[in-house]
Design a protein around this ligand. Structure first.
Ligand SMILES: Cc1cc2nc3c(=O)[nH]c(=O)nc-3n(C[C@H](O)[C@H](O)[C@H](O)COP(=O)(O)O)c2cc1C
Length: 227
């Protein structure tokens, strides 16, 4: 058993993997841990499709072609411009820190596009999990459940010497994923998680981004009479 705090503090989104597949018993252990995730009324709405080998490669080929053609089939919108200015600044700082770790100059748009494109080959990972849920209401509650599932999955990967990177970008290819996997239109793709053994020597695996202090996100309320 790895110490919980160590797992939480060492987990990071790794963007370079070794090709070594994850042994089946290890993957089963990780998935059984993730299955313990809490959900609204224990609905457990997640449906997780794990792509490896030829299927993963076929998906990569399809979505890379779609990316190059500008064909986006997202079920749920995502635009950093929709966030407040503080969050937008954090997103910009995150991108800048990542490109700096890779040695990519700010003005080098071709290199930056290539770095973004690496999402579509799963950063060399041997597996990618695609997280689907049935469309329910405005989907906010199922999305929360899937987010919780994803974090349990990611922490379990870390605890087992593995790593993963959640990727909203893979959600840009929901139609392509449904077609490949034979899923109905009603199953919505939230995001994917590429995972495997981190290539610990690569700059993309060493890079780390900080958080704002908890005091900026957490507000205590205990007395009705205090100002
Ligand atoms: C739901 C979700 C979607 C994300 N989508 C992407 C993505 O498409 N591509 C990517 O490289 N990173 C993606 N990330 C990783 C974030 O950039 C990363 O979690 C954040 O910068 C904090 O870094 P850390 O995970 O290493 O602590 C995503 C993270 C989450 C939680």
């Amino acid at each position: 058993m790895t110490d919980f705090d160590t797992v939480v503090m060492t987990r990071r989104s790794v963007r370079q993997y070794l090709p070594t597949p994850v042994p089946e018993d290890v993957l089963t252990k990780v998935l059984n841990a993730a299955q313990q995730t809490p959900s609204n009324c224990n609905t457990q709405p997640w449906q997780v499709h794990i792509l490896s080998g030829d299927v993963k490669d076929a998906f990569s080929k399809t979505i890379t072609t779609a990316f190059d053609a500008g064909q986006d089939t997202m079920d749920f919108s995502f635009a950093v411009a929709d966030y407040d200015t503080d969050a937008q600044a954090r997103a910009r700082a995150q991108g800048a820190a990542y490109y700096q770790a890779l040695g990519i100059a700010r003005e080098d748009f071709d290199e930056r596009r290539d770095a973004v494109r690496r999402n579509l080959s799963f950063f060399g990972a041997p597996h990618v999990a695609l997280l689907f849920a049935p469309s329910v209401g405005d989907n906010v509650r199922v999305a929360a459940d899937l987010g919780m599932y994803a974090q349990t999955f990611l922490l379990s990967l870390t605890a087992n010497g593995l790593a993963g990177v959640p990727q909203t970008m893979l959600g840009s290819y929901a139609e392509q994923a449904r077609t490949l996997l034979g899923l109905p239109e009603g199953m919505k793709l939230l995001f994917g998680i590429s995972f495997g053994y981190p290539d610990t020597d690569a700059p993309a695996a060493q890079y780390r981004i900080d958080r704002i202090p908890a005091s900026k996100s957490v507000f205590y309320h205990s007395s009705l009479t205090s100002a």
